[in-house]
Design a protein around this ligand. Structure first.
Ligand code: CA
Length: 224
């Protein structure tokens, strides 16, 4: 399930977007100013950001520029009320992936969201292989040397989150957010427990993990 950050200060539009995207099965978080958007975009590990241009505190262009400068690669769809060509060009130059002009139809926005997500998640194949393991995202199954490995649904989600962000360190808060959800009450020790269990299932040497690597003082990284 993709996670979408909606940045929109007009309550009616924000609510409409939220309802609509949730109905499509996405996880949605709404923020209404540029400052919060910039912060949440970096800490929340979203799959997509829908960013309005005219925002209190910090405009959409500035937020976009800031995020790209910080190295964030999350796709961004800009919402522009302006039909001015220069604005669209500027948005794309600043690193936005697409734009939708207000007023837009829910149908149009949904199509754009799907297209952008398909593009950005295309790098993860239906079956992802590493070592003697393969993750079948279609069947929610992990196989090792061809035989199914029993994973709990949390373990599967955790593994997926790490594989999706392979090569990147995710701290425990980010993992809790991604796997357990942002309003969870579990402690970050739970993450460690699940990582340990996962290692036993997919690593040949669980004590010296080759794929689910600990980065001291920071978190975990998937190398595969
Ligand atoms: Ca606005």
């Amino acid at each position: 399930m993709a996670r979408i950050l909606v940045v929109e200060d007009e309550p009616s539009i924000a609510l409409g977007l939220e309802d609509d995207l949730k109905l499509e099965g996405y996880q949605v978080e709404v923020v209404s100013d540029g400052e919060t958007a910039s912060r949440r975009a970096r800490e929340g590990s979203f799959d997509l950001i829908i960013l309005d241009l005219m925002l209190p505190q910090k405009g959409g262009f500035e937020v976009c520029r800031e995020l790209r400068r910080a190295g964030l690669e999350t796709p961004i769809i800009m919402l522009t009320a302006k039909t001015h060509e220069a604005e669209k060009v500027l948005g794309l130059e600043l690193g936005a992936d697409d734009y939708v002009t207000k007023p837009f139809s829910p149908l149009e926005l949904r199509a754009r969201v799907k297209a952008v997500l398909r593009r950005s998640q295309g790098e993860l194949p239906e079956v992802y292989r590493f070592g003697d393991c393969e993750i079948d995202f279609h069947r929610f199954e992990v196989r090792r040397a061809g035989k199914p490995v029993k994973l709990t649904s949390l373990e599967f989600k955790l593994l997926t989150a790490l594989v999706r962000n392979r090569g990147r360190v995710l701290n425990r808060d980010q993992l809790l957010d991604l796997v357990w959800g942002s309003d969870t009450f579990v402690t970050d020790r739970v993450v460690d427990t699940h990582i340990t269990n996962l290692r036993k299932k997919i690593e040949s040497g669980p004590d010296q993990p080759r794929y689910l690597v600990s980065i001291r003082g920071m978190g975990y990284r998937f190398d595969g």
